[in-house]
Design a protein around this ligand. Structure first.
Ligand SMILES: Nc1ncnc2c1ncn2[C@@H]1O[C@H](COP(=O)(O)OP(=O)(O)O)[C@@H](O)[C@H]1O
Ligand SMILES: [Mg+2]
Length: 404
């Protein structure tokens, strides 16, 4: 099954990891970057919110968009053989927004007034959907301005995984809407002393009774300034959507072994298909592996038990009895059975032609290069052919379209 991911890494220019919050998008994006390096592809991972230790492992201690390179030698120091270095960068929403405004504004004076505007300064990072829009704008920038073989995009921790898809369209809809433009034209007239937003107009005198009226005019002034960039924002939004629909882009839906994140993934899957975007595969993360270690390796089980207690902030009794260990083994066995049922059901729900790669739950949070490499190997594991005869057609991986 994971042949599919191996193929995608070889064939695509852009892979976008999407899914509900907390399912492992950032971790999987990093692991795919490592897999690409192992396959000799020159890749960039654009990450959004790596956990502190993951950021350290990737060398991106500073939370800026400076590109860090994990050299072939760095991998070698960890005993990992790669065919290409791996670049990693944080997605910096504010800088992307600043650059986009500077690029789209008609002149330096206008771009400076926008950047200096207090609504822009307070709002550019919190404006609804701007985070998702800018993530996409940054992707577009990197795709058009660099020569990476592969760009892996981690997506922001939105309340709804669909936000990143809706954001460019929402921006297009808002900035392109005739009502919004009419509002701004009347704002322009108010600057000339007429129109419904002029200081002496009924509307503004009415609003003036409220303290927010000043903010309201300030906000309108801000949009007035920004209006010179609207067409550019619309164009960028359309370019981004075209890139996401391109044959060189594929999405990976990530979910965990719970109904909520899986349902969100399925929803996303349907929407991507509707949008004519390619779903390259599904990663079911944190699948509890079957283990009889509790019975055969009591020491390992005690260690696992200690981790579990530690992470729950509990103190482990000094000598866990065999009874406790057996109980833990039973619970782990039940979890494994539940997760495997979930996996089987997911395969049924997405259909036979969709690759579903299951990634086991690691005992520790996978934040080190060696752990990411282990994940990379799981994600792209290609079973060696047992005999020279090819496997039957039914188990052949689905061929993926490639623009190359
Ligand atoms: N296979 C795994 N096994 C154990 N822990 C994992 C695994 N994948 C991710 N995690 C942990 O789960 C948490 C959420 O992962 P993260 O990649 O930050 O998710 P997202 O980016 O979707 O919010 C992190 O603490 C991460 O280390
Ligand atoms: Mg994340």
């Amino acid at each position: 099954m994971s042949q599919a991911l191996h193929n995608l890494i070889d064939a695509k220019r852009v892979l976008v990891c999407v899914g509900a919050g907390g399912v492992g998008k950032t971790t999987i994006s990093a692991a795919i970057g490592v897999a690409a390096a192992m396959q000799g592809r020159r890749a960039l991972v654009l990450t959004v919110d790596p956990a502190r230790r993951l950021a350290d492992a990737l060398g991106i201690a500073a939370f800026d968009e400076h590109i860090q390179t994990l050299s072939v030698e760095t991998f070698a120091q960890h005993g990992i053989t790669v065919g290409a270095p791996l670049d990693v960068a944080m997605l910096d929403i504010k800088s992307t927004f600043d650059r986009t405004v500077t690029r789209l504004a008609p002149d330096d004076a206008t771009s400076q007034s926008i950047l200096d505007n207090r609504f822009y300064q307070q709002g550019s990072t919190v404006l609804t959907g701007s985070q998702e829009y800018m993530a996409m704008a940054r992707l577009y920038e990197v795709v058009t301005e660099t020569s990476y073989d592969l760009i892996v995009l981690d997506t922001p921790p939105s309340a709804h995984a669909l936000d990143f898809l809706d954001a460019p369209q929402r921006m297009i809809d808002l900035f392109g809407s005739s009502a919004f433009r009419m509002l701004l034209r009347s704002l322009q007239r108010s600057n000339e002393g007429t129109g419904m937003f002029s200081k002496r107009s009924l509307v503004m005198r009415g609003l003036g009774r409220f303290t927010s009226a000043e903010s309201f005019t300030g906000l309108l002034e801000f949009f007035g300034l920004l209006s010179s960039t609207f067409d550019g924002f619309i164009q960028t939004g359309e370019d981004v959507m075209a890139l996401l629909r391109s044959r060189r882009t594929a999405f990976l839906v990530v979910s965990a072994c719970d109904e909520t994140s899986t349902r969100e993934g399925l929803f996303l899957n349907t929407r991507l298909v509707q949008e004519q975007m390619e779903v390259g595969g599904w990663v079911l993360n944190r699948v509890q592996a079957y283990s009889d270690a509790a019975l055969t390796q009591p020491d390992a089980t005690r260690a696992a038990l200690r981790d579990t207690f530690d992470s729950a902030g509990l103190t482990l009794p000094t000598a866990p009895s065999m009874e406790t260990i057996l109980h833990v083994a039973t619970v782990l066995g039940q979890m494994a059975a539940r997760d495997h049922t979930h996996l089987a059901q997911l395969r049924e729900r997405v259909g036979a032609d969709q690759a579903v790669v299951s990634v086991p739950r690691s005992r520790h949070e996978p934040t080190h290069l060696t752990e990411l490499t282990a994940l990379a190997q799981i994600l792209t594991y290609v079973a060696p052919a047992a005999t020279p005869t090819p496997p039957p057609a039914a188990t052949e991986p689905r061929p993926h379209p490639s623009a190359r």
